[in-house]
Design a protein around this ligand. Structure first.
Ligand SMILES: [Fe+2]
Ligand SMILES: [Fe+2]
Length: 349
């Protein structure tokens, strides 16, 4: 898998390590367009029409005020500023990566004579462009310019089979929804921590991500066999595990941003996982049980990941940690799952 880093043109950006490329930098994707063009909407026609109607209605058109100032309202200490900027860069590139995927799918589906599907992807691209644009404006307010057009021209692109894209984008949208809504709820309960006007937009933002997730759930249902049998169980396990793992490493690694909001990063990460796992019952045949062991393994993975980053100059120690990390990954991947139609059990962690 290849990664790309944002082209940062602010004078301080090239020297700032928190703005550089690393393992967690968002990726850019493409997929099997010809197969996507064979999506059979017949069985899902009423849901498709309803979702297209919702997207056309653009309920959030007036909620994203392009003229709203997005400068920080509070001065931050250098490490707080770093945490905020790093969050903005990563989120902006991530939203832009969604925009590129949807825009490309829209363009190709139009060429493949699937105008309705093309329209739906174009409307999702509209939302992601709006999100990326908002984050970009917040970055400009910080004196940082990301050259997004240059990113789209030079980016290395990762190819995924269509079913991988359907599963992973569904989960990214739903985890994005839970991330934005949980931060929004927290800041409404603790307004003294809302240090930037950007956070005022998280509620309409999360509604967009939720809608996108529902659209991908509908697209998964258009492919019978994709969410049942052994293949459905394997895809569910792999994507829940990998999306949760990426989230844990990102949130725990960049914990300062969440502390700046007055949140505990570990608890936030666990709550996002629990809620996303619960939501995924509506799309996937099985979900994780998320027992306390799952979260203990999460803690060990995060600690080992930090250790690996801290001892890069010690090859033997690094090798030992890598092997330990791999064994933890395997153990977490194999944690018990349950059928999505099983009764919900409240598990504390
Ligand atoms: Fe988005
Ligand atoms: Fe989205």
């Amino acid at each position: 898998m290849t990664a790309t880093s944002p082209q940062l043109t602010a004078p301080q950006a090239s020297a700032a390590p928190h703005l550089s490329e690393d393992l967690l930098t968002p990726r850019f994707y493409t997929t099997e367009i010809a197969k996507a063009a064979r999506t059979d909407l017949d069985a899902e026609r009423p849901a498709f029409e309803a979702m297209l109607g919702e997207m056309e209605a653009d309920y959030n058109r007036d909620h994203f005020d392009r003229k709203a100032p997005l400068d920080r309202v509070r001065d931050l200490a250098p490490e707080q500023k770093e945490a905020y900027e790093s969050y903005l860069v990563r989120s902006c590139v991530s939203e832009f990566s969604g925009f590129l995927l949807f825009k490309e799918l829209s363009r190709q589906l139009k060429l493949a004579k699937r105008p309705e599907l093309s329209r739906l992807f174009n409307l999702m691209a509209r939302d992601e462009a709006r999100h990326a644009g908002f984050l970009n404006r917040a970055l400009v307010a910080e004196g940082i310019v990301i050259d997004l057009p240059s990113l789209s021209g030079k980016r290395p692109v990762t190819w995924f089979p269509l079913n991988w894209v359907l599963y992973s984008v569904y989960l990214s949208e739903k985890i994005g929804y839970w991330r934005y809504i949980l931060i929004d709820r927290h800041l409404k309960a603790n307004p003294e921590n809302a240090f930037a006007p950007l956070f005022d937009f998280f509620e309409p933002w999360c509604q967009d991500e939720n809608r996108h997730g529902d659209i991908f759930n509908m697209l998964i249902r258009c492919w019978p066999g994709l969410n049942s049998g052994l293949r459905g169980r394997l895809l569910s396990r792999f994507f829940l595990w990998s999306v949760f793992l990426t989230h844990s490493l990102t949130v725990c690694e960049r914990g300062n941003f969440y502390r700046l909001l007055g949140m505990d990063p570990d608890r936030f990460d666990a709550e996002v996982m629990r809620q996303t796992n619960r939501t995924a019952r509506r799309a996937f045949p099985v979900v994780y049980q998320l027992t306390p062991t799952y979260f203990e393994l999460r803690d060990q993975l995060v600690d080992t990941f930090r250790g690996m980053k801290a001892c890069q100059a010690q090859p033997m120690r690094q090798l030992g940690l890598k092997l330990h990390f791999a064994s933890l990954l395997l153990r977490q991947f194999l944690q018990p799952m349950e059928r999505s139609d099983a009764p919900l059990a409240e598990v504390s962690a």
